[in-house]
Design a protein around this ligand. Structure first.
Ligand code: SF4
Length: 321
């Protein structure tokens, strides 16, 4: 799609979008593989040295902090494997005390056990991405968040757009799959900026679009400035565009519904995202108290695998763990 074609969908009246575009995107997914990808997810440290303006885990935010020893992370992942999961997603803040050597240690053991490992552990040196790839990591998630340099530099004062894009290129060169995407409908973003973001995802040949509407996280500068939650329907429009442009990528279905207090595992939000072409859901391996403290956004509330089975049944998809 051209930028103009993307914009036409992003700007469609909501009802027309739901009637015309959503079914088209769902049909692309149905014809491609109609599989819902359930993935075990573990946020192993919520300590972060960075100060992204929108993130509930930013360094100066007052939340309960934790960092799991590598042995505990491995044990949780192996328990998930026993429950039937073949894919695992490890995610962390940029925790200066969690050493890269530990991440390599985990990567070797998890990949060595035959699991497909995706990592989202921040910016690293080019050589380190190569080491992770050599140790068996299959995919690295590093979002560009927004494709406009000035906005990125404002929202992410601990890094720069150049550094982020260099890290993204380094992931691609390492041989790992690249997962990347944007935040949808944060304050100051226009439809045209979203269209630019979508075109960048296409250009980067991403394997997974970890996209989600902006949700104000307590105590963050954006929330304190009175930022409102991003539009759910706009997120569905982006998902439908992405699915039609890239039939074989994963797209996050863990999306909020109308009631934001139900978090990202709201059945209505997830089913709507699936109806727009999304296809990946998570099962959180963290105990409840820690899961609630792993709060890039508030009220994440990711549920267990029964939720994955229910979503697959209700959407007529085949669940793959
Ligand atoms: S978005 Fe990531 S890097 Fe930025 S503050 Fe949050 S956890 Fe840290």
């Amino acid at each position: 799609m051209t930028k103009e074609q993307i914009l036409k969908i992003l700007e469609m009246p909501d009802e027309a979008f739901q009637k015309e575009e959503m079914p088209k995107a769902r049909e692309v997914k149905r014809l491609h593989d109609n599989t819902l990808y359930g993935t075990a997810m573990l946020g192993y440290t919520n300590i972060c040295r960075n100060q992204c303006l929108y993130c509930g885990m930013r360094a100066s935010n007052r939340i309960p902090r934790f960092s799991l020893p590598k042995e505990d992370v491995l044990e949780s992942v192996m328990l998930a494997k026993e429950r039937g999961f073949t894919r695992v997603f490890l995610i962390s803040g940029e925790d200066p005390k969690h050493h890269f050597a530990d991440l390599l240690w985990l990567t070797e053991r998890i990949a060595g056990n035959g699991m497909r490992l995706s990592l989202a552990c921040g910016e690293h040196e080019r050589s380190q991405f190569r080491e992770l790839a050599d140790a068996g990591a299959a995919e690295y998630v590093i979002k560009f968040e927004m494709s406009q340099k000035e906005m990125f530099d404002y929202m992410n004062p601990s890094t720069t757009f150049e550094k982020r894009m260099a890290a993204i290129e380094a992931v691609k060169d390492s041989g790992m799959d690249l997962a990347s995407g944007n935040i949808i409908d944060y304050p100051g973003q226009t439809r045209e900026m979203i269209a630019q973001d979508i075109l960048l995802m296409k250009e980067l040949e991403i394997s997974w679009a970890p996209v989600v509407p902006y949700m104000p996280a307590m105590g963050t500068p954006l929330q304190q400035q009175g930022a409102k939650p991003g539009s759910r329907i706009l997120a569905l429009k982006e998902i439908a565009v992405l699915r039609q442009m890239m039939p074989d990528i994963r797209i996050t279905a863990q999306q909020p519904g109308d009631d934001l207090t139900k978090g990202l595992a709201d059945a209505q939000g997830n089913l709507d995202a699936i109806a727009a072409g999304a296809d990946i859901l998570f099962c959180d391996l963290l105990p409840e108290a820690k899961a609630q403290a792993f709060r890039v956004v508030d009220d994440r509330k990711l549920k267990n695998e029964e939720h994955l089975h229910k979503m697959a049944d209700e959407s007529g998809m085949t669940l793959s763990l």
